[in-house]
Design a protein around this ligand. Structure first.
Ligand SMILES: Cc1cc2nc3c(=O)[nH]c(=O)nc-3n(C[C@H](O)[C@H](O)[C@H](O)COP(=O)(O)O)c2cc1C
Length: 332
């Protein structure tokens, strides 16, 4: 299955793993790239030297290329320096438009830049800035989402707006049906996030993973209650006690209680972090605390995620199913 996206990234299959702050770390990134897709290393809130360590750790696990993903607000000139020093071939930006200087500096050194957008206007702005690919992320996606519309409407609208720039669909793709549908909508590849949370390589707490496997179609809620660390940002989450408590008030960002309340502890790099109430930090194996209070982000494809299998097997299944579907279609 060759598309301009497989050519752009030099990969076998048009499947990119969604960068996932805290959980798509070197083991998952390397496993996706080794599986013939493109792994994406989430910078999240890492400082530049933390990013460098992650890039080097990923390189120790795979010789294949991978991308570095920035939530733009947390990216600095020093982060761009690290990508250039480490000769990272692909960089993605998410949430807000990056500074023109970021894109220029990367492109000057031959780094391919993608921008993840949720609207046609943002896609046009990214094309004007000269990006190499657009990731159209719909309201179905796991993680923080600005998307107001679903994948079926967003992707073709973005494709129509992007001229020659290839588009990758993100949001709701968990199997071969999703890949074929995305290709039919004009995308040339897919970003898969939530499905990769159910892999042994994801750096995810087993209880969070268990809840994803158990999650059904009525269990995902878009809410802004989480995030003293990054306030007032909507995120698709699994329902738990705290999400249910705020149903109907999902756009509110509740104040921190006085005196402060902690919902658990986790590790951020070498530091132990006391998670405040409404913390948006995702539970990793190093997290301890009350899962009924935590931010357990997952996308609307959660009901399609029913087993934990290696990342390479996720890719193999998606490709096998998509190829069978495409052959079936051609035979009709
Ligand atoms: C746990 C989690 C964390 C995420 N963190 C980021 C991030 O740091 N940067 C980013 O661009 N997207 C982030 N995303 C979005 C994914 O990269 C991807 O676009 C999305 O998961 C695709 O939709 P899907 O979950 O329906 O497959 C995150 C998603 C999840 C599930």
């Amino acid at each position: 299955m060759k598309t301009r996206i497989t050519d752009l990234y030099g990969i076998e299959h048009p499947i990119l793993s969604g960068a996932m702050a805290f959980v798509s770390l070197p083991p998952l990134v390397a496993a996706v790239s080794d599986g013939g897709g493109l792994g994406s290393l989430a910078n999240g809130i890492l400082p530049p030297e933390g990013l460098r360590a992650m890039i080097q750790a990923t390189r120790r696990l795979t010789s294949r290329p991978f991308a570095v993903n920035f939530i733009t607000q947390f990216a600095t000139d020093e982060h761009i320096d690290v990508c250039l020093d480490e000769a990272v071939p692909f960089v993605e930006f998410f949430w807000t438009h990056p500074a023109d200087t970021f894109v220029e500096r990367l492109k000057d050194k031959g780094v391919k830049v993608a921008m993840k957008v949720a609207t046609v206007a943002d896609a046009r702005a990214a094309v004007a800035a000269g990006v190499d690919a657009i990731i159209a992320q719909s309201s179905a996606a796991g993680g923080h989402t600005k998307g107001k519309i679903g994948t079926f409407a967003l992707v073709p609208a973005v494709v129509d707006a992007c001229g020659d720039v290839p588009v990758i669909a993100a949001g709701g793709v968990a199997d071969g049906r999703g890949l074929v549908a995305a290709l039919a909508l004009g995308a040339e590849g897919v970003v898969v996030g939530t499905r990769f949370l159910a892999t042994p390589e994801a750096t995810i707490h087993p209880e969070y993973q268990r809840r994803i496997l158990a999650g059904g179609d009525e269990d995902i809620v878009l809410t802004s209650i989480f995030g003293p660390e990054w306030p007032s940002q909507p995120i698709n989450c699994l329902r738990n006690r705290i999400v249910d408590e705020y149903r109907g008030r999902d756009t509110e960002t509740p104040p921190q209680p006085e005196p402060p309340v902690s919902i658990g502890t986790t590790k951020l790099g070498p530091e132990t972090y006391t998670m405040p109430k409404f913390s948006a930090i995702l539970p990793t194996p190093e997290t301890d605390g009350d899962f009924e209070e935590m931010c357990l982000t997952a996308g609307q494809c959660t009901p399609l995620v029913n087993d934990v299998v290696p990342a390479a097997e996720v890719i193999r299944r998606i490709v096998t199913e998509a190829e069978a579907l495409l052959r079936g279609r051609l035979a009709v």
